[in-house]
Design a protein around this ligand. Sequence first.
Ligand SMILES: [Zn+2]
Length: 300
Amino acid sequence: MPLLNTATLLTDAVDRGTGLAAVNLVNLESAEAITEAANRTGLPIVLQISQNCVQYHGGRLRPLAAAAAALAESSSANIALHLDHAEDPILAHEAIALGFGSVMYDGAALPYDDNVRTTREVIAHAHDRGVIVEAELGEIGGKDGAHAPGVRTDPGEAASFVADTGVDALAVAVGSSHAMTSRDAALDMGLIARLRSAVPVPLVLHGSSGVSDAGIRAAVRAGITKVNVATHLNGFFTRGVRDALSEDDALVDMRKYLGPGREAMTAGTMHLLRVLSLAPTPSEPSSRDSGMMVRSAPAS
Ligand SMILES: [Zn+2]
């Protein structure tokens, strides 16, 4: 079906009290893995493209966006497209013109007043075109390796920020950090609950790769709605590729290793979707589930 507005998926998740998975693609195969996970589970998902990913592809957003939209259209699942961590308002405008359902404008590194002013400008442009905006307050650690974890979003400041900007979803710093490869981050559930009470818009958890399944479920129950995951699922893809390559030194056909990577990421994403649905879930896929070539279980 056609791409949905992210607002629809967020509202549905809030109404159901479940989490909404938002997973970053980096290439066609990872975009296929994410949409296939939604197809197989019948659960909604947000496909995300980050500004860093756009830079990796030579600054070109359009080819990735077109592929993501085409995959969503050929899918039976509810899928929205989101621009992740745009620090450049011009890129946000481009995404809006390309049909994204939401954009994250990340002004968290700016002083509070500048963050409010620039976020407002992006929101005015987006809302005129029916697109919602996510912003970040409290600078979640780990982005570009520049920020140490330990920062927390203050509920009072969060309430003021939402009121001052009119932002539609808020990424909060509650103990997770970007790009973690171990899943031992301890989230502050009490702070999530206080933020949930203080802020009228859906809360977004970034750096979720460092959080265990149980931690993610508890965070959703405490008040998180959108859960962003990149590194943890990249790990599935990469282990699938590595295993295929290490089993055959003579392998040259890219499909023979990208295919297992894609299948491993599909299985990992299906598991994440089930965790976020809060339905009882079996343990995470590990060795050779669904015929894929994954030798080792993901970190923890
Ligand atoms: Zn993030």
